[in-house]
Design a protein around this ligand. Structure first.
Ligand code: HEC
Ligand code: HEC
Length: 260
């Protein structure tokens, strides 16, 4: 069913719809008409359920959602908007809803998820550092739910311009201890007296600060900065598509997922 959403997004892009402007309209209608009940971010309010990232919504087709918005669910307190909103306004709201869920919508992703997976675990080496659904490296963030929480534009930016938006705490460090040994990795924990480092192989190292001769914070991010040039545009689309369609639907309910 995820595939359905994905295919719809791809089809939308082929039709060269005007995503930017209709998303803006959708945003305006959502804010004025829906957010009072469903929350500003669509993740649910006092009066209505999560319609941004809920699994149920993600599995409904766009036309199912349009029908719900048109007819409402009067018995449960969801008003019908078929009279007050025009069909293209409802389409715009649904398109905007899809962006809240982090899936396609106004940022169609046309890549091939299967070749994206092959790149991720193969020549692009993402899995040296990142985990996806229980497989991969430790030094970078687990990306299993990243695609469900970020728009394709944000994901693309994170891959092509690593470190640009990460705070300095996510930069690697080189720790030299008093006996001269050096450790390279990411700081996972730090207080006045101690520092915990995770090195590239995933191992944790615990240091008393009194035992550290020097801490060099590296200026460059650990993640290679040249994906924008070594991945072709279509390879990048493939990786994006894998991160989005391979992503867990519901980060908030991660503990109830059963992939492990
Ligand atoms: C007056 C409050 C209210 C407003 C305004 C409202 N909704 Fe709802 N909506 C609800 C309630 C309550 C439900 C839950 C109905 C149920 O329990 O089946 C709901 C359910 C839904 C569902 C189905 C959710 C599901 O899990 O089945 C969708 C989709 C939805 N609303 C979209 C919208 C959109 C889009 C707008 C703005 C055009 C909107 N709603 C405005 C109260 C509201
Ligand atoms: C040498 C290790 C390494 C490789 C290879 C690597 N990354 Fe990263 N990546 C990192 C680190 C370290 C960060 C920044 C810290 C963090 O958020 O984990 C990061 C950040 C990210 C982020 C942002 C995460 C966030 O939470 O903000 C994304 C998305 C990402 N990488 C995707 C990829 C993809 C896709 C590939 C392969 C095309 C890749 N990375 C290859 C190490 C790597």
């Amino acid at each position: 069913m995820l595939l359905g959403i994905f295919v719809t997004a791809a089809a939308a892009s082929l039709l060269r719809s005007q995503p930017a402007s209709s998303t803006r309209t959708g945003h305006q209608i959502f804010s004025s008409t829906c957010s009072g009940c469903h929350g500003l971010d669509g993740r649910g309010g006092e009066h209505a359920p999560n319609i941004a990232t809920s699994q149920k919504i993600q599995q409904l087709s766009d036309s199912d959602i349009v029908r719900i918005v048109e007819n409402g669910i009067p018995s449960a307190g969801m008003p019908a908007f078929g009279k007050s909103l025009k069909r293209d306004q409802i389409d715009a709201v649904v398109e905007y809803l899809r962006t809240l869920g982090g899936k396609g919508g106004s940022h169609p992703v046309v890549g091939n998820a299967e070749s994206g997976r092959a790149l991720f675990f193969g020549s692009a080496k993402c899995s040296d550092c990142h985990m996806m659904n229980g497989r991969g490296g430790f030094i970078g963030a687990d990306l299993s739910s990243y695609g469900a929480n970020h728009t394709p534009a944000q994901i693309r930016e994170a891959i092509v311009n690593p470190g640009k938006n990460t705070d300095p705490a996510h930069r690697p460090v080189l720790v030299t201890v008093r006996d001269g040994r050096k450790y390279n990795g990411m700081v996972r924990n730090e207080d006045n007296f101690s520092l915990q480092l995770q090195s590239m192989d995933g191992t944790f190292h615990f240091f008393e600060k009194s035992n550290i001769a020097g801490i060099e914070r590296q200026a460059a991010p650990l993640m290679p900065g040249n994906y924008g040039s070594i991945l072709s545009a279509s390879n990048l689309d493939d990786v994006l598509s894998y991160l989005i369609t391979g992503a867990k639907n519901q980060p908030a309910q991660r503990d109830s997922d059963d992939d492990f």
